[in-house]
Design a protein around this ligand. Sequence first.
Ligand code: UD1
Ligand code: UDP
Length: 372
Amino acid sequence: MKVMSVFGTRPEAIKMCPLILELQKHSEIESVVCLTGQHREMLHQVMKIFKIEAQYDLNIMQPKQTLTTIAVRILEKFEEVLKMEKPDIVLVHGDTSTSFLAALAAFYQQISVGHVEAGLRTYDKYSPFPEEMNRSLIGKIADLHFAPTQNNKNNLEKENIINNVYVTGNTVIDTFQTTVKEGYQYKDSDLQKIDFSDKRCILMTAHRRENLGQPLVNICRAVKRMVEEYSDIEVVYPVHMNPAVRDTAAEILGNMDRVHLIHPLDVEDMHNLMSKSYFVMTDSGGLQEEAPACGVPVLVLRTETERPEAVEAGTVKVVGVEEENIYKEAKVLLTEKDSYHQMAHAVNPYGDGHSSGRIVKHILEWHKEISR
Ligand code: UD1
Ligand code: UDP
């Protein structure tokens, strides 16, 4: 059978690469990889680590691209690839524009779709935007649904999506288990230069579309106040390549001694830095899964989350996007030892690191069933 995996952004690549390596182990599967190139540098950084060569790269990225330009370019270009390759199934991941548009293009060719990381929901169609709508629509299109947790499967059931739904864990744990190593030496030269001795490292990332503008300004101002008040913290912020993010970060945090605005890290540097951080501040989805797995508290710079599992376990806290509240919650972690230790325990509701194997098994069984 021919399985075509399609992805285009950093987080999709981080979570799809272990699955592709697993597909490659099966001689009965022809694995074809198509990149949309929705991201460029941040995507190729991941491909290099996993040493995976793509057969196609639609190369659609443009500076400051809009949702519409991404959509039009992917729909048109991916259709050509589908017509040429005629895969038995197309695998998409999560909730990006790439994932939704690739699923839609496959549907137009009447090709089956498998959705990896299915069933995450906030039930607020504008938050995260446009991801909540993307993943709901992929859920409608997909023939196979790989839900990381039982909670995600329940969400699908509420939408009457009940056939071919499997709880597999999240492939991010497959990746995470191979990247974090004892005695790891950072590759990034900026990271190598930071002196962490006697300092607490706070790792931050922020990039979401709904946080661009005033919310990101609020987040950066809260961080500025923290650094001015606490002399024993070093904030490391690998800044997303979106110019709208970079400009705000540089304007507010650019000239501060203990704030390190560095280039996006490769996933090995990132995971190892995360595992040594005091806490994480982020609006990223992936970091909310990874940091709890290594017992690092997370303050979520959003008003909601589609990942309630670690919030329920107490390792993740949703703190919103207002300066005062972010500052207040960070201060609690910096000054109140009991509160810190209550949050700093390892929580991993996202699987045992064997999710890719389960997904491939379900794909093979499905194919056997439909080929009868
Ligand atoms: C996308 C996803 C988001 C995901 C995020 C991961 C959508 C709608 N959004 O958002 O769900 O959380 O990726 O990071 O699919 N850029 C570069 N080089 C790169 C990557 C981006 O220069 O390697 C710049 C470009 O100017 C680009 C801009 O960043 O136009 C925004 O990229 P885009 O993919 O549109 O949005 P993200 O915010 O990255
Ligand atoms: N990540 C990385 N380098 C960075 C920032 C993030 O490798 O400089 C990883 C992070 O560990 C996680 C993933 O990228 O695995 C999250 O990607 P992102 O925040 O871009 O997207 P989201 O998870 O919000 O969709």
